[in-house]
Design a protein around this ligand. Structure first.
Ligand code: ARG
Ligand code: ZN
Length: 865
């Protein structure tokens, strides 16, 4: 087990020393030498006068330490695994640190490392202290100037944050560039890139008329795949000006695409680093979903320039201050640009599939955690997506204009400093005059609340009554759960489908269609109702809760067909599908299955208005979502019932599905993307009939020049054991062997396929000549395996668990962050049927007896508690 210490939020102390200026000089050779000159002074806000200087640092060789140019001997300082301490220093002084790094050998992809032929950095959360000794904490803000020197041929491009101020040639074919960043920043926003990269440049004129150069750096040959990211960036810049009144603040904005990247992307000031999959796209290599992902991640990192960089976090417990808010902002951007309902449905699907289970498992934590062992384990769906939902609820409650004014006030009050979630709430309180204590509780307790609603109609008094109740699963440490404010948007309809308006009254606030459930229980009496109405709750998914209401099948069918709120229609479809799935799993087809098929037939008989929405309405819940709905999980039963449901839907809707699947255009554009989405989901159902003509269509479309069409066909074929699948997969591999991002898709399909011996196939994928242990490839194989291939992963003999456990142990030695991500597949052993749960537990126990990183150690330890 690991011995890494737990860090507590309550232990926060102001930094004892401040850094006014950082001058870094990188000398890139076989190894890289870094000279750091720090202008340090004691923090006047901290009383203790003779506190020693303590700096963070690890994973490099220390060549020199000097205070005010006086070189220190080894007796003048102390070093531990991850610290340097100098007992006696002046109140104000210059510290020179010279370190030597080996980026070639840095497999953690944190600090300075090599990706392809370039060197690049990832400093968030604590990667900067792999470069030099420094107070590696977000509340120490400083001005950075950076000189980079390297071989001119191997590294013609030398980048860092801010503005280039000087560059020139040096003897021996070397050259240098100096960068200066005028904005104060914490070291996690530092970045450096050295490489031989193509540059695509464009321009943006800000609202106030300033010209900003936009530069994307990519591997040579990928230039033609940048336009979509570039256009997305410009849209994001415009949107932030128009909606939040926020303009970009430097004259240069750079984005670098790296092949090897642990996460999605990183918002370093003026120099974003991206996982290449969130930059590069062409219709031949990227799906429509990839296009959407690029647009939203580009926007996310851009929006961080204000919510994250101009105002950063006091400590890492406040991570959601920048991440929850920025995810919320990127979600609103995508909703504004690409249609509200479909985008909202996709966000909610993600939240329910990943965040809800996380919040019910051993790694459950508040959006503002109280403690952590390894901060990288807290870049979670809870901090990001649940954090965004809390921000969304605040907006719902305050109204959009007041909310935006509150964000602007928060940015104004804290510009150039490190803030807390409390500061964010306080700014909204000041702006709106409302008390937000209830939201403090949303930030501080884990778990997904359950809202139970019952209704009754009294024909004599003509009163329709709703009773609402919130409940919370007890927290693992026994702490009592508190009630939280839950905004529930709802609608009532009469029997002709007409909306019944409800006059404002408590607990309705502030709009007549919004119930604010603040206490444990609330009752809403609606007078003057002629007959029992049809209710619909949580329109637009107005709160991140589970909601229980005994909808009848008829009610769900009418919601699916006639509700205006796209999300509520989707929710009705999901409930109908879940009911049918449970029925098939328990006893075979009956009333619920009939109700679903009947509803879908009626839906299909209507003229198609919104193809993208229809595609979402038809889409079946994923294996992993279904897994979160059954307790305990019996994967074999689950996958059989899901297969049966897929086939029944295909048989009941063969006519319309055939029509829709035939219309998969190959040209780009939103309306074509909607047609493709509908065609792909249709083909997916039809394929389950195994009719030869359909299998042939799959084979043919898998060769389409349009990646959405090709990938749709492969996805449809993927679980069908037939020669067409084999042929299509082989052809795809040959065609894209030299396209890493597309090859990831092939690996993911193979790892997720239900056919044959999944465990053996995954094992051979790891030995495949085209396999490399790049993070994207690892996620494609192992992430897809545990999340989307329940049949193979939960094989009765535990071979799937052992395979994942072995890979985690192996990867933990090179890249603990990636290993820890994959641990999520091991955490849920308590939710699995016996005796399989014990096989999974044995893998955890086995791992716990090996030497582990803090990352993996923390997760395994919590899973075994
Ligand atoms: N701040 C980045 C974002 O935009 C995430 C970086 C996290 N990296 C890490 N190693 N924890 O969301
Ligand atoms: Zn972020």
């Amino acid at each position: 087990m690991s011995h890494a210490a737990e860090v507590f939020r309550k232990d926060y102390r102001l930094p004892a020393f401040l850094v006014d200026q950082v001058d870094l000089a990188f000398d890139i050779r076989e190894r890289t030498t870094v000279q750091a000159r720090l202008q340090l002074r004691r923090n006047p806000a901290v009383a203790i006068a003779d506190e020693p200087l303590v700096l963070d640092g690890r994973g490099f060789d220390l060549l020199e330490v000097a205070v005010d140019d006086r070189r220190l001997g080894v007796g003048d300082y102390q070093r531990t695994d991850d610290r340097l301490q100098i007992a006696v220093v002046p109140d104000r002084f210059t510290l020179r640190i010279v370190t030597q790094l080996d980026p070639e050998q840095n497999t953690t992809l944190e600090g300075l490392y090599r990706s392809g032929s370039m060197l690049c950095t990832q400093c968030e959360a604590r990667g900067f202290s792999r470069i030099t000794y420094y107070p590696d904490r977000p509340d120490v803000l400083s001005r950075f100037s950076v000189r980079v020197e390297a071989d001119a041929q191997r590294f013609p491009v030398l980048l860092s944050n801010g503005n280039p101020v000087e560059s020139g040639a040096l003897p021996d074919g070397r050259h240098y560039t100096v960068w200066d960043d005028p904005f104060l920043k914490p070291c996690y926003l530092f970045a450096l890139v050295a490489g031989d990269l193509a540059c695509i440049e464009d321009h943006y004129t800000t609202a106030s008329g300033r010209d900003v150069a936009l530069r994307f750096y990519v591997d040579h040959g990928n230039e033609a795949r940048v336009p979509h990211a570039m256009a997305s960036l410009k849209r994001a810049m415009r949107w932030d000006e128009q909606v939040y009144g926020l303009e970009y603040d430097l004259d240069l904005y750079m984005v670098v695409a790296a092949r090897d990247f642990n996460m999605g992307a990183m918002e370093n000031k003026g120099l974003n680093l991206f996982n290449a999959r969130y930059v590069l796209a062409s219709p031949q290599t990227a799906t429509d979903a990839d296009y959407d992902g690029i647009e939203s991640v580009i926007a996310h990192e851009y929006f961080h320039n204000w919510t994250g960089n101009r105002v950063t976090c006091r400590d890492w417990f406040q991570l959601s201050l920048k991440e929850g808010l920025t995810v919320f902002r990127d979600q609103c951007f995508s909703q504004d640009l690409n249609g509200e309902a479909v985008h909202r449905i996709q966000s909610v699907r993600q939240l329910r599939t990943v965040q809800f289970p996380e919040d019910a498992g051993p790694m459950a934590h508040p959006v503002r955690p109280d403690s952590y062992v390894e901060i990288n384990n807290f870049y979670t769906a809870t901090v990001y997506e649940k954090g965004a939902e809390i921000v969304r609820m605040i907006q719902t409650l305050l109204g959009r204009d007041t909310f935006i004014a509150g964000v602007q006030r928060y940015l104004r009050e804290h510009d150039g400093s490190a803030a807390t979630i409390e500061d964010f709430l306080a700014a909204h309180e000041a702006e709106s005059g409302r008390n937000l204590d209830g939201f403090r509780r949303w930030y501080s307790q884990p778990g997904t609340p359950l809202v139970t609603i019952t209704d009754e109609y009294d024909a004599r008094s003509r009163v329709y009554r709703l009773r609402l109740k919130q409940s919370h699963a007890p927290s693992p440490n026994g702490a009592p759960k508190q009630m939280v404010p839950i905004p529930i948007r709802f609608a009532l309809r009469d029997h002709d489908g007409r909306r019944i308006s409800v006059s404002p009254q408590p607990p309705l606030l502030p709009a007549p269609d919004l119930i604010l459930l603040e206490d444990e229980e609330a009752v809403l009496n609606v007078p003057d109702i002629g007959s029992s109405p049809n209710p619909s709750f949580l329109l637009g998914f107005s709160a991140p809760v589970r909601l229980q209401f005994a909808y009848t099948s008829d009610q769900l069918v009418s919601l699916l067909l006639d509700e205006e709120d796209g999300f509520a229609r989707w929710e009705a479809a999901q409930r109908l599908m879940l009911n049918a799935f449970f029925e098939l799993q328990a006893s075979g087809p009956g009333d619920d299955t009939r109700a679903l098929l009947d509803a879908l037939q009626r839906l299909a008989a209507r003229p198609v208005e919104d193809r993208a929405l229809l595609a979402e309405l038809l889409r079946m819940p994923s294996e992993s979502y279904l897994a979160s709905q059954v307790q305990p999980l019996d994967a074999a039963r689950l996958t059989s019932a899901r297969d049966a449901l897929r086939l029944r839907i295909a048989q009941a809707l063969t006519g319309p599905l055939s029509v829709w699947s035939a219309a998969a255009p190959e040209e780009p554009g939103a309306s074509n993307a909607a047609r493709r989405a509908l065609a792909n989901v249709s083909l997916w159902y039809l394929m389950s009939t195994r009719v030869n003509r359909v299998l042939d269509i799959g084979l043919k479309q898998a060769a389409s020049p349009n990646m959405t069409v090709a990938f749709g066909a492969l996805t449809a074929l993927n679980d069908i054991d037939c020669p067409q699948r084999e042929a299509a997969m082989d052809a795809f591999l040959q065609r894209f062997r030299h396209e890493p991002l597309v090859l990831d898709k092939w690996f993911a399909l193979q790892a997720g396929s239900a056919i044959g011996q999944g465990v053996e196939r995954v094992r051979s994928l790891l030995q495949h000549p085209d396999f490399t242990p790049n993070p994207n490839r690892l996620r494609a194989v192992l992430g897809t395996f545990w999340r989307e291939n329940l049949r193979a992963y939960h094989r009765a003999d535990g071979a799937g668990y052992r395979l994942l456990g072995d890979q985690i142990a192996h990867l933990d030695r090179s890249n603990p962050q990636i290993a820890a991500r994959l641990c999520d597949g091991l955490l849920g052993w308590k939710d699995i049927v016996p005796p399989q749960n014990q096989l999974l537990r044995a893998v955890l126990v086995d791992l716990s007896q090996q030497p582990l990183s803090a990352d993996v150690g923390e997760k395994i330890g919590k899973a075994l508690l």
